[in-house]
Write a protein that binds this ligand. Sequence first.
Ligand code: ACO
Length: 310
Amino acid sequence: EEQAGEERFNALIAEDSRIEPRDWMPEAYRKTLTRQMSQHAHSEIIGMQPEANWITRAPSLKRKAILMAKVQDEAGHGLYLYSGTETLGTPRDVLNDQLMSGKAKYSSIFNYPARSWADMGAIGWLVDGAAIANQVPLCRASYGPYGRAMVRICKEESFHQRQGFEILLELANGTAAQKKMAQDAVNNFYAPSLMMFGPPDGDSPNSVQSTAWKIKRFSNDELRQRFVGMIVEQVKILGLTLPDDELRFDEETGTWLHKELDWTEFKAVIAGSGPCNSQRLQRRRDAHNEGAWVREAAAAYAAKMARKTE
Ligand code: ACO
């Protein structure tokens, strides 16, 4: 039976069909998807923090309402992705414990501080922009629940990117001090957003297998270059610049070349010693503890309803 399962799995991958939760799949496929999807979910949840930090300080009621909606969207993405991950067999409380104990990874980018209102713009434009560039191909990931989740998530991410761009556009056309704030924010988030795509291809242990299984459709470097090509045009409309003197289009290879990124910093950030790692995890643990009464009440209510229907 196992052999039949494996043959069917290989055939589905070869014909670009989808693997569904009840289908037979290699344990390593289940494991790497659980890894990637849960890291993705954790990133959405931790990613709420840098922006939540600015909700009470948003410069107008309209900006505040938009930012609140955006942060709520991230919560939705996280919960949606946890549900998707659960279809692979790991319960949510286990995933959550992995995050809170510091065992699980989440995106490096959320360990950088959001210091000014312009950072809300740069996060929307660059961070959500990078997220879209990475996630649009994931809509075609071979695992059905993941690919389908991505369709909706990408739609919401593109609204997030536009709101970030619009914040920067307004600041860039404001006073000299506002324009400087916008430029500083772009300077701070440029390199960290390029690192979101992961290590260079030669240093990406998971890529070969994930590409063979059609979880990944493009390599880390390919997507990074594609993203750079997008923002190179958009930054002109903002009237700002990207902090990269080496940035140029290479006619020969048809790719964008950018400056060397600081991979030592990247490794330190994912190993837990970025500027905000301990703060982010502590906040997550506190929020979880503060929500204990909600979980208890929900469990008591569910038990009561179950008794009623017996
Ligand atoms: N931050 C933290 N960890 C990272 C990052 C990053 N930016 N990039 C790579 N890593 C980790 C990988 O998770 C992997 O660790 P692990 O093997 O212990 O799990 C290790 O570095 C080596 O990287 P790769 O072999 O290249 O890993 P992979 O093939 O999984 O590619 C990538 C990494 C591109 C991030 C992939 O996992 C992916 O596309 N994930 C889904 C998108 C996502 O998680 N986005 C989150 C940020 S966007 C947002 O939430 C708004």
